[in-house]
Design a protein around this ligand. Structure first.
Ligand code: HEC
Ligand code: HEC
Length: 421
C-alpha cells in the first residue's frame, strides 16, 4: 500500500529520459483523434436534423417501462457518458459496466463482446432490453407518434409514421418473441420495425457528434510534432508514464492509435470473485449474436447491405482464444469513466494498474489465455508514472504546471492519423 504522502514524494522525484526519435514517431500516431469514418449503412448518419431527433430520444425517459430511464441515465454527459456504477442500473440491474460514448463512432464492433456491428443497431437494443429501457418497438413508435415535437421531427425526416391509434392492431407489449407480435399482420410488423430502425439511425447520428476533446496529452503530442517546446504541458512523471506505456509496459500492443484501442478483443484472464472459471463467453458469444442479429449490417434494414463493412462483418471469425475476450476499451477520459473493466471490478486506476503489475489471480487456461499479457513487476514510482500519464488523457484538463487550458477542438487541420487500421 502506497500512502498519499509517499506517492507525492515518489512522483516528484520522477524524471523522464529524453524522448528518442522512435518514441516521438510513435507519439505522433496517438494524436489527434481524426473525424469518424463515414457510415454508409446509415443514410442519415451525418444529417443534423436526424442528430437532433436522436438527441431528443437519447435524453427522454418517457420510453421506459418505469418512466425513469433514458440512454442518458447510464451515459451521462458530465461523466464522459458513463454512470459511475460498477454495473449498469436501468429498469433492472445489468452485469456489465457502462462504456463511455466519446468518439464511439470509430468503433467497428459495439458492446464489450462486440455483439452489434453498427452504431445504429446497437442503439436499438437498450429499448427492448428488460434490464435497461424495457420497452418494445411498438411502444417506442407509439410514444413518438404521441409527442408532437418528436412526431414532427421524425416525419420531416422519414415521412409519415404508422397510424398507431389502434391499440388492438398495434399492442404495446408486442415485440419479436411475444405472441402479440406474431398476431400482428406482416405489413404492420414491417412498418413498425422500419420506424424503429429510423429511430436507431437518428440516435446513431447524434452519437456520431459525441467526440473526445483535446487533452493535455494531445497538446503535448501536437507541440512535439511541430517541434515546439513541450515543457510544463505534462509533468515529468506523466512523460515517463507515456514512455513506459509505449515501451516496456507493452500497453500499446492493444491500446494503440489516437483512441488507445486496437478495436480488437483480448482475454485478460480476470479472476472471478469466487476464483472459479469465468462464465462470460465474451467475444465468442458476441460474434455469434452479431452474425444472427436481426439488424446486422448485411440485413435488409441496413442502407448498404452489400457494402464492404457488411461483407467484412459477415466474414469475421472467432477462435478458441476469443472465449472470454472483451473489446479493448478506449483509454481516453479515464479519470471520469470509472469504475473500470467490463464488470466494473476496479474502482480506481491504481487498482487497475496493480492488476497489470502482478496479474494476481490471473486465470490462465489453454487456448483462452492472452499471450501478450505478462506481469509487469514495475517499481511503485513507475506505476505512479503510468497513472499520471493515463490521467493526462482527460479532455478539458489543464496543463501540468501552468493550469492553461487550450480550446477543446483541434482547429489546426492535422492530417488524419489512425494507427489502429
Ligand atoms: C441501464 C443502463 C443503460 C442504458 C439505459 C443504456 N445503456 Fe448503453 N450501455 C450500457 C452498458 C452496460 C453497455 C455495455 C453492455 C455490454 O457490453 O453488454 C452499453 C453499451 C453501449 C454502447 C456500446 C459502446 C461501445 O464502445 O461498444 C453504446 C454505443 C451505447 N451503450 C449507447 C446507448 C444508447 C444509444 C442508449 C439508449 C437507446 C443506451 N446506450 C442505453 C448501459 C446502458
Ligand atoms: C493484451 C491486450 C492488452 C494489453 C497489453 C493491455 N490492455 Fe488494458 N485492456 C485490455 C482489455 C481487453 C481490457 C478490458 C478487459 C475486461 O474488461 O475484461 C483492458 C482494460 C484496461 C483498462 C480499463 C479501462 C476501462 O475503461 O474499463 C485500463 C485502465 C487499461 N486497460 C490500461 C492498460 C495499461 C496501462 C496497459 C499497460 C500496462 C494495458 N492496459 C495493457 C487490453 C489490453
Amino acid at each position: 500500500m502506497i500512502t498519499a504522502a509517499l506517492s507525492i514524494c515518489l512522483i516528484a522525484g520522477t524524471q523522464a529520459p529524453p524522448l528518442t526519435d522512435k518514441e516521438v514517431r510513435i507519439i505522433g500516431t496517438m494524436s489527434p483523434v481524426p473525424p469518424a469514418p463515414p457510415d454508409s449503412s446509415n443514410r442519415v448518419a451525418d444529417n443534423a436534423e436526424a442528430a437532433m431527433l436522436g438527441a431528443m430520444v437519447f435524453n427522454r425517459s418517457i420510453f421506459s417501462s418505469n418512466g425513469a430511464v433514458s440512454c442518458a441515465t447510464c451515459h451521462q454527459p458530465g461523466r464522459s457518458f458513463t454512470d459511475a456504477r460498477a454495473v449498469a442500473q436501468g429498469v433492472g440491474v445489468g452485469t456489465r459496466n457502462s462504456p463511455p460514448l466519446g468518439s464511439v463512432a470509430h468503433q467497428r464492433w459495439f458492446f464489450w463482446d462486440g455483439r452489434s456491428d453498427s452504431l445504429w443497431s446497437q442503439a436499438l437494443s437498450p429499448f427492448e432490453n428488460p434490464l435497461e429501457i424495457d420497452s418494445t418497438r411498438v411502444n417506442i413508435v407509439r410514444v413518438i407518434s404521441q409527442e408532437p415535437d418528436l412526431k414532427q421531427q421524425y416525419e420531416a425526416l422519414f415521412g409519415e409514421l404508422p397510424d398507431m391509434g389502434d391499440a388492438q392492431r398495434f399492442p404495446d407489449r408486442a415485440k419479436p418473441g411475444m405472441p402479440a407480435w406474431d398476431a400482428m399482420s406482416q405489413a404492420d410488423r414491417t412498418s413498425v420495425t422500419r420506424a424503429f430502425v429510423n429511430v436507431g439511425k437518428s440516435v446513431a447520428a447524434f452519437e456520431r457528434t459525441l467526440t473526445v476533446g483535446r487533452s493535455p496529452f494531445d497538446r503535448f503530442a501536437q507541440a512535439l510534432k511541430r517541434g515546439k517546446p513541450t515543457d510544463g504541458i505534462l509533468s515529468p512523471a506523466a512523460v515517463r508514464g507515456l514512455q513506459l506505456f509505449i515501451g516496456e509496459a507493452g500497453c500499446r500492443n492493444c491500446h494503440s492509435g489516437p483512441l488507445f484501442t486496437d478495436r480488437g478483443f483480448h482475454n485478460q484472464g480476470l479472476p472471478t470473485a469466487d476464483g472459479l472459471f469465468p462464465t462470460d463467453p465474451g467475444r465468442a458469444g458476441g460474434l455469434e449474436s452479431a452474425r444472427s442479429a436481426e439488424f446486422r449490417l448485411g440485413s435488409v434494414w441496413s442502407d448498404d447491405p452489400e457494402g464492404d463493412r457488411a461483407r467484412r462483418a459477415g466474414n469475421a471469425t472467432a477462435g478458441p482464444e476469443h472465449w472470454g475476450a472483451m473489446k479493448t476499451p478506449s483509454l481516453r477520459n479515464l479519470p471520469t469513466t470509472g469504475p473500470y473493466m467490463h464488470d466494473g471490478r476496479f474502482h480506481t486506476l491504481a487498482q487497475t494498474l496493480a492488476f497489470y503489475n502482478t496479474l494476481e489471480g490471473h486465470i490462465r487456461i489453454d487456448h483462452h489465455q492472452e499471450t501478450i499479457l505478462k506481469p509487469l513487476h514495475l517499481p511503485p514510482e513507475d506505476i505512479l508514472a503510468l497513472e499520471a500519464f493515463l490521467e493526462s488523457l482527460q479532455d478539458g484538463a489543464p496543463d501540468a504546471r501552468s493550469g492553461k487550458n487550450k480550446p477543446l477542438i483541434d482547429v489546426d487541420g492535422d492530417p488524419m492519423l489512425d494507427a489502429s487500421e
